[in-house]
Ligand binder design. Structure first.
Ligand code: G6P
Length: 611
């Protein structure tokens, strides 16, 4: 949430920062700003996209070799020019960019007001930079010392970078519970809230740890902790490729990511499954196999789309491994005093690996002695580093805010995990498992076939694009897919949509059905097929518009539905892989037809690092 970029070196800072902010725009995009040090401290801020900032700065002097920039997702105060970061200190000597929330900001603010400080923005960030200024003035401290002292007063989460007009060849950065990466160049350093703006300059990075402070000159880097002890950071080599951050000929990242799924799923399986020899290997669990085998319960914690993947994980693990599973919203789990035992395994599902609630839920589970396991996309992310064990989904950077390839990547890993636990617990017939493994390996090809239905999906989208509401229904493995389909539509087209277990429709949503209501029904799983047919009849009896996802060759539903999308048949356990694809495409086309920005839907952010 919010994008942070900093640069110090010999090059012009402004273009590097603007490009970095564009790469980070998927994290937040309601306003943006840059501060450049060049003898003086120059500040440029604008409500809107990074392109609006660029346009407003055109023709102004932006030169300087040290600078910081920010793209915002508002927490305190509405998006406007004043609330945009960077923020000045009261004496306008310091400027700060910040990602996170300072929870005790109002107490700090009152104390500062008593000292004569006035504030121009509504943000918690402005308060923080005033606190730093106060330490600097009062005790005559160097910038890094003033930052360290100020951070000791702060309750909350932060990733910050601060510059000082009177100490112009230096950046001071710090983090707690909000990521910050430092890229190491030759006589230059890059700072960012994730590695995407850094990769085109260097692949050598340091992930700042919680409560660490980096003091950065163009030719030196020192890291201390909040107790002023010098740290010895580990340098990581990034494997990400620059092409992965480009649209690659597609109109949007979302469409590219939808089309990447056959490959990303195959990448997630690579080296982890061998059908002929009948093995599944998840390197991450090797060391903990006995503990997982003997676990009494598995708890999956996640948010958003990842939570939907978690529900499918529950069905898979209970079905195949006969191990009880609970799926929890991380934000509820962490605050509801849950029972967690040492023989529980807690799995976090997270694309970004940074979602604040998921991270906190894991910390809680770790403290209670559970084994914690991460299924994460972003390599080196906070969740990946916190867990005892984990498996990356290897989907590559997901830039579109609405998650697509990360969802199917999570399903891939959950299916492998469920099958592996089933093997360990000897809970499933070997022949059946062999069949399932074989079918999983075929899934990428079947998704390619589903993607060929794009034109048909686009046509259906054109028929229902003006509906203000939609209902999604599914049963069994397809119930969570109905939730995910509804979420995709809401997120990017702003149409109100609800996902329901098909049978639950009778307990409320049926009251909404009339001749204007599109009802998307997932009917490609064979279990419960007849029951789904009855549910479609119930919708048709109330004149609802039925769009059904069915298996190729289906005749029964075709007779009653208004539109059908025929996809290749698969085993029920894997049905979500195929049924979710038309739903992703449907929401994509509807959003485009309604003139919405699919990659950057309003009010959303890709990586939710605040609670
Ligand atoms: C945000 C994103 C969603 C995502 C959710 C959880 O809301 O917009 O796409 O599903 O966060 O994020 P995570 O990175 O933990 O999977």
């Amino acid at each position: 949430m919010c994008g942070i970029v900093g640069y110090i070196g010999k090059q012009e800072a402004y273009p590097i920062i603007i490009k970095g902010l564009q790469r980070l725009e998927y994290r937040g995009y309601d306003s943006a700003g840059v501060a450049i040090l060049d003898g003086d401290l120059k500040m440029f801020k604008k409500k809107g996209k990074v392109s609006d900032l660029e346009a407003s700065v055109k023709g102004l002097n932006t030169s300087g070799n040290v600078g910081i920039g920010h793209t915002r997702w508002a927490t305190h105060g509405p998006p406007n020019d004043v609330n945009a970061h960077p923020h000045y200190s009261h004496n306008q000597r310091l400027a700060i960019i910040h990602n996170g929330i300072i929870e005790n900001y109002s107490t700090l603010k009152s104390a500062l007001e008593n000292l004569g400080h006035t504030f121009i923005s509504d943000t918690d960030t402005e308060v923080l930079v005033h606190v730093i200024e106060e330490f600097q003035k009062r005790d005559g401290l160097k910038l890094e010392e003033a930052v360290r002292k100020a951070l000791k007063r702060v309750i909350g989460a932060y990733a910050i970078v601060v510059v000082d007009k009177e100490d112009p060849n230096k950046l001071v950065a710090a983090r707690k519970a909000s990521p910050l990466v430092i890229g190491l160049g030759k006589d230059e350093f890059f700072i960012a809230s994730d590695a995407t703006p850094i990769i085109e300059y260097t692949n050598r990075v340091i992930y700042l740890q919680d409560e660490e402070i980096a003091i950065i000159h163009h030719n030196s880097l020192e890291i201390i902790n909040i107790e002023n002890e010098v740290q010895d950071p580990e340098i990581h080599e990034l494997e990400m490729k620059l092409e992965a951050l480009e649209k690659g000929g597609y109109d949007s990242f979302m469409l590219k990511e939808i089309y990447q799924q056959p490959d990303t799923i195959a990448d997630g399986m690579r080296g982890r499954i061998n059908v002929e020899e009948g093995w599944i290997k998840l390197g991450g669990i090797n060391e903990f196999q006995e503990r997982i085998k003997k676990a009494k319960r598995l708890i999956i914690v996640a948010c958003g789309t990842s939570w939907h993947a978690g529900l499918i994980g529950e069905y898979l693990v209970e079905d195949l491994a006969r191990l009880p599973v609970e799926v929890e919203y991380a934000s509820e789990f962490r605050y509801r005093n849950p029972v967690i035992n040492e023989d529980d395994v807690v799995i976090a599902l997270s694309q970004s690996g940074e979602t604040a609630d998921t991270l906190a839920a894991l910390e809680l589970a770790k403290d209670k002695g559970a084994l914690i396991y991460g299924i994460v996309n972003v390599v080196g992310s906070s969740i990946a580093r916190l867990t005892h064990a984990g498996s990356y989904i290897h989907a590559g950077p997901e830039i579109g805010v609405a998650s697509t390839k990360a969802f199917t990547g999570q399903l891939t890993l959950l299916t492998l995990l469920a099958m592996r636990i089933a093997q360990l617990r000897d809970s499933v017939d070997k022949e059946f498992l062999g069949k399932l493994m074989k079918e999983l390996v075929n899934i990428p090809d079947k998704i390619r076939q589903v993607l060929e239905l794009n034109e048909k999906v686009r046509y259906i989208a054109s028929e229902i694009q003006d509906s203000p509401n939609a209902i999604y229904l599914g049963r069994g493995y397809n119930f969570p897919v109905a939730l995910e389909g509804a979420l995709k539509l809401k997120e990017i087209s702003y149409i109100h949509a609800e996902g329901y277990p098909a049978a639950e429709m009778k307990h409320g949503p049926i009251a909404l059905i009339d001749e204007k209501m599109p009802v998307v029904v997932l009917a490609n799983n064979t279990n419960n097929y007849d029951k789904v047919v009855s549910n479609i009849q119930e919708v048709k009896a109330r004149k609802g518009i039925v769009i059904a996802i069915v298996n190729e060759g289906d005749t029964e539903i075709k007779k009653i539905a208004d539109y059908t999308i025929e996809i290749p048949a698969t085993m029920d356990e894997l049905a979500p892989f195929l049924s979710v694809i038309p739903l992703q495409l449907l929401s994509y086309h509807i959003a485009i037809m309604r003139g919405c920005n699919v990659d950057q839907p309003r009010n959303l952010a890709k990586s939710v690092t605040v609670e």
